[in-house]
Design a protein around this ligand. Structure first.
Ligand code: HEC
Ligand code: HEC
Ligand code: HEC
Ligand code: HEC
Ligand code: HEC
Ligand code: HEC
Ligand code: HEC
Ligand code: HEC
Ligand code: HEC
Ligand code: HEC
Length: 318
């Protein structure tokens, strides 16, 4: 029984190693074809790098990678330390000012983007990054290093490029940053939630990079009480929270897309109410506003807008 398990594990390991090796071979091919100085380089060891890069050496020492690679390497690849990411360094050691003599990260690098990102994916393929390939960030030529800087600890966790996840995302997504400043907003700038509570920046099968199968499932992770089940459901709530709410922020209270009663009236144009409780300008009979529509408007009566569990809650009155 135990040997059986062991041999299966070994088979799995072998399988993984061959895939990893095949991937590495693909990358080497891509480099050879490009004729880069780096293509024929050999590994020289981290001490050589550190001799010239003293400042880097000091900052890097506090990162998760340095701790893992230098104190407790799990594989020959990890033992290469600097060169696990930057590739073999002999060509660069001999001629440091030559461009692309080593894998340099960042948008200025002329090496194929897939090769550069591939350096990280040697160890970080799959998992959270199952959908990385041709995700919107990959398709827009983002590099791992647009969000991560492994050379020092700039963020408390996650080796972010800036001081936090949110700061990193907002470096590019200015529109969304502004949304979180609107009158009603998710408490993100207050530090209570982060972009990655709802989005997976590494790719997702749900647009736009959502962390769950649909918008509602994302919202339920924190607002469980809205999941129901309800005896009387309000159809648009079940369908999509975005029917009424903005995800980041809005100038209307409670992140609503449209102010009430217009929100309700955008779908309920003909109700059986005496005057349809429409605001002044919309009443055929002329200027007339029903006081009951003011303020919380329709919800003065239809209070349980997300669904009701009351036996008499068919109109969401209670
Ligand atoms: C002989 C000294 C020396 C050694 C050894 C050395 N470097 Fe460098 N490295 C430099 C210099 C100088 C530069 C700046 C080159 C420039 O700006 O033109 C540099 C630049 C770099 C860059 C940026 C390249 C770019 O195009 O932006 C990286 C990455 C790098 N080194 C990594 C390494 C690694 C990893 C090692 C060990 C394998 C290493 N270096 C060994 C001197 C060295
Ligand atoms: C986990 C992968 C990884 C490891 C390990 C790593 N680097 Fe880097 N290195 C990067 C990335 C990514 C960047 C680009 C950072 C940025 O965007 O500024 C970089 C940038 C650099 C640069 C140029 C930019 C700068 O900050 O001046 C140098 C030089 C460098 N690394 C040297 C080293 C040396 C020396 C080591 C080993 C002591 C090392 N790196 C280990 C990933 C790594
Ligand atoms: C040789 C394997 C290897 C390579 C190559 C590698 N990593 Fe890592 N990475 C690790 C290990 C091991 C850890 C530590 C895991 C732990 O301690 O839980 C790690 C951790 C991380 C973390 C999490 C840090 C944290 O604070 O939780 C990030 C982010 C990361 N790596 C990004 C990158 C990026 C970006 C690259 C390419 C520039 C890269 N890695 C290249 C092995 C690697
Ligand atoms: C658009 C920004 C962005 C890009 C591009 C990006 N990451 Fe990340 N990554 C993040 C954020 C944000 C986190 C932190 C997630 C958290 O704290 O939950 C993270 C976390 C990680 C982690 C640690 C947690 C985990 O998922 O295991 C690793 C490893 C990692 N990234 C690797 C990579 C690699 C490899 C690439 C390139 C293929 C990459 N990332 C590209 C934003 C990005
Ligand atoms: C280096 C710039 C950059 C950074 C940093 C960045 N993004 Fe993006 N992101 C883009 C680009 C470019 C697109 C493509 C669509 C666009 O133009 O908005 C995009 C698209 C997206 C989309 C999908 C938009 C859509 O319409 O489908 C989401 C969601 C997203 N990013 C979230 C994030 C999150 C979360 C982070 C932080 C972890 C982040 N981004 C960091 C550049 C960036
Ligand atoms: C509470 C969950 C949540 C948080 C937190 C969140 N988002 Fe979103 N985001 C969404 C949802 C849901 C959508 C899709 C809305 C839709 O499809 O109607 C979205 C859409 C987007 C889009 C696509 C364009 C748009 O605005 O509709 C981008 C880009 C984006 N988010 C970036 C970010 C960034 C950057 C952060 C952090 C600063 C962030 N999001 C934080 C839930 C969230
Ligand atoms: C990571 C947890 C989290 C997720 C996911 C989340 N929310 Fe929130 N939401 C919060 C927190 C925290 C508050 C603030 C509550 C407070 O201040 O009492 C909040 C507040 C709200 C408010 C009230 C805002 C106000 O002005 O009072 C609405 C509406 C809301 N969320 C809707 C949504 C929708 C729609 C989604 C899905 C797109 C969603 N939430 C996803 C955590 C979350
Ligand atoms: C038909 C429109 C509509 C839909 C769809 C909708 N909401 Fe709301 N939501 C409202 C209105 C109106 C308010 C204003 C406060 C109130 O009356 O409860 C509100 C308030 C909220 C609040 C803050 C007050 C509270 O009740 O905690 C949260 C959180 C919230 N909604 C989450 C959600 C989530 C999650 C979804 C999707 C499952 C959703 N909403 C779908 C109309 C809607
Ligand atoms: C996106 C469209 C949409 C919005 C916005 C909307 N509703 Fe609805 N509502 C529906 C649909 C669809 C039904 C189900 C109608 C049916 O079953 O015949 C419904 C059902 C109802 C019912 C029960 C009607 C019945 O016949 O049992 C009430 C009451 C109601 N909504 C009130 C409101 C109020 C109040 C608002 C504003 C806070 C609102 N709705 C916003 C689409 C919407
Ligand atoms: C003063 C209390 C009150 C207010 C305010 C109110 N309603 Fe009603 N509404 C009712 C009652 C009571 C019923 C049930 C009527 C019936 O069963 O014949 C009802 C029924 C409904 C129905 C289902 C029956 C139909 O007519 O199709 C809808 C939809 C509806 N209201 C939407 C709204 C909207 C939208 C608003 C805001 C513009 C609103 N209500 C404001 C009390 C109110």
């Amino acid at each position: 029984m135990r040997t059986d398990m062991l041999s299966r594990l070994l088979a799995l390991l072998l399988c993984w190693l061959t895939t990893a090796a095949a991937q590495a071979a693909d990358q080497t091919d891509a480099l050879r074809e490009g004729g880069w100085p780096l293509s024929n380089a050999e590994y020289v060891g981290a001490d050589t790098c550190k001799n010239c890069h003293q400042a880097i050496k000091a900052h890097y020492a506090h990162t998760k990678h340095a701790i893992a690679f230098e104190r407790n390497p799990d594989s020959p690849l990890e033992e290469r330390n600097c060169e696990a990411c930057h590739g073999p360094g002999s060509a660069h050691r001999d001629n440091p000012s030559e461009h692309d003599s080593i894998v340099a990260f960042g948008q200025e690098s002329e090496l194929p983007k897939a090769v550069v990102n591939g350096q990280c994916l040697q160890c970080h393929d799959g998992g959270e990054r199952t959908h990385w390939d041709s995700s919107i960030h990959d398709a827009n030529e983002l590099m791992c290093s647009d969000c991560h800087n492994p050379m020092a600890r700039f963020s408390r966790k996650g080796l972010q490029r800036f001081s936090s996840v949110n700061a990193t995302c907002m470096a590019c997504h200015k529109t969304q940053q502004a949304e979180f400043r609107k009158r009603s907003h998710m408490p993100l700038l207050e530090g209570k939630i982060a972009c990655v509570d709802c989005h997976n920046p590494h790719g997702s099968s749900t647009d736009p990079l959502l962390k769950a199968d649909n918008v509602n499932q994302v919202c339920y992770t924190c607002h469980q009480e809205k999941r129901g089940p309800f005896v009387f459901e309000h159809a648009p709530v079940r369908e999509n929270c975005s029917n009424c709410h903005k995800p980041h922020g809005s100038n209307h209270e409670f992140l609503l897309k449209v102010a009430r009663p217009f929100l309700c009236q955008s779908c309920h144009s003909h109700s059986r109410h005496i005057n349809d409780m429409l605001p002044a300008e919309a009443t055929p009979a002329g200027p007339f506003t029903d006081a009951r529509v003011a303020g919380r408007s329709c919800q003065n009566c239809h209070a349980q807008i997300h669904g009701s569990n009351h036996p008499a809650g068919v109109r969401m009155h209670r």
